[in-house]
Design a protein around this ligand. Structure first.
Ligand code: BG6
Ligand code: MG
Length: 228
């Protein structure tokens, strides 16, 4: 059976609770544009780039804007988002995230951060989480946004491992699709009703053990559940 060798973590909504700040900022933009933007609408923005997020937002509002207006709105959204992010401290690391990453590393698995965000460096600095990762692939290093598998495949290259030896941890539907497109195990972090395509869904990393991870790995790779 193919061995599990690496764990690839999304950032927003998996390691840190920034997903709520993205939502607050986009909802404010929608409000200024004169329409309502719900949490359900916001699910479509998770995992996708800033530019693609704006396109989806405008689609929800039924608006078509020229490129200059879109650039301005994307900048405005990022400024709003960063006004929240810059106040963050390590307290906002999601429960269990640090402990799970540490357990993965102690078990000998490589770890990587795989995110569409172009703000990853500043968030990592504020939260002091850089030492938890062997590699980082962020939104500045990819051309295609999730559900394209590029970000995860680039992580595998950076870690010098075959994609089939990697497991992905994701809170976005687009991220689960991207993980599967990369040929990787997809662990959903969040609501099972939304992340139903994942190989396993848990509410947060605090609810996941390495035994469960290995069970999901074995099930995907040889159709049997690992012995405890
Ligand atoms: C992803 C978020 O991690 O990063 C998306 O889930 C966000 O909602 C994307 O749009 C890009 O983030 P940023 O920080 O570059 O605007
Ligand atoms: Mg996310």
């Amino acid at each position: 059976m193919i061995p599990l060798a690496a764990c690839l973590f999304d950032l927003d909504g998996v390691i840190v609770d920034t997903a709520k700040y993205h939502f607050i900022a986009w909802r404010q933009i929608a409000k200024e544009l004169g329409f309502d933007f719900t949490e359900r609408d916001n699910e479509r923005l998770k995992g996708v780039s800033r530019t693609r997020s704006l396109e989806i937002l405008l689609e929800v509002g039924g608006l078509a804007l020229d490129t200059a207006a879109k650039v301005r709105l994307a900048e405005q959204k990022n400024a709003l988002y960063l006004s929240h992010v810059m106040k963050m401290t390590p307290v906002e690391i999601l429960p269990g995230a640090e402990a799970f990453l540490t357990a993965c590393r102690q078990a000998g698995y490589k770890t990587a951060l795989a995110t569409a965000s172009r703000n990853a460096a500043v968030i990592m600095e504020l939260l002091k989480i850089a030492p938890l990762f062997d590699a980082v692939v962020d939104g500045n290093k990819v051309t295609h946004t999730k559900p394209d598998p590029e970000v995860f495949l680039n992580c595998a290259v950076a870690l010098e491992l075959p994609p089939q030896t990697c497991a992905v941890f994701e809170d976005a539907e687009a991220g689960i699709a991207a993980a599967h497109a990369a040929g990787m195990l997809a662990i959903g972090i969040g609501d099972a009703g939304i992340l139903g395509n994942a190989d396993l869904v848990v509410p947060g990393l605090k609810d996941l053990s390495l035994v469960q991870l290995r069970g999901a790995w074995d099930k995907k790779n040889n159709g049997t559940v690992a012995k405890p």
